[in-house]
Design a protein around this ligand. Structure first.
Ligand SMILES: [Zn+2]
Length: 68
């Protein structure tokens, strides 16, 4: 038989990290990266919110100073 059977060839192959233990959808690295990206974005948003708050506080204290 010239048919090449390769039963050891796994059906799964991750196109994200190249692992054959899982496929792309189940990739733990992809999930970890997505989680990290989300955390970074949250931190960025938090930082922006904090900066905006500080600017507002500075502005209101200046208004209070001018009002007194
Ligand atoms: Zn993977």
């Amino acid at each position: 038989m010239a048919m090449i059977l390769r039963p050891d060839t796994p059906a799964k192959c991750c196109s994200y990290c190249g692992s054959r233990d899982h496929d792309y959808e189940d990739c733990p690295k992809r999930k970890a990266d997505a989680e990290r990206q989300r955390e970074e974005q949250q931190q960025r948003e938090q930082q922006e919110r904090q900066e905006r708050q500080e600017r507002q506080e500075q502005g209101s204290s200046r208004e209070r100073f001018l009002a007194s």
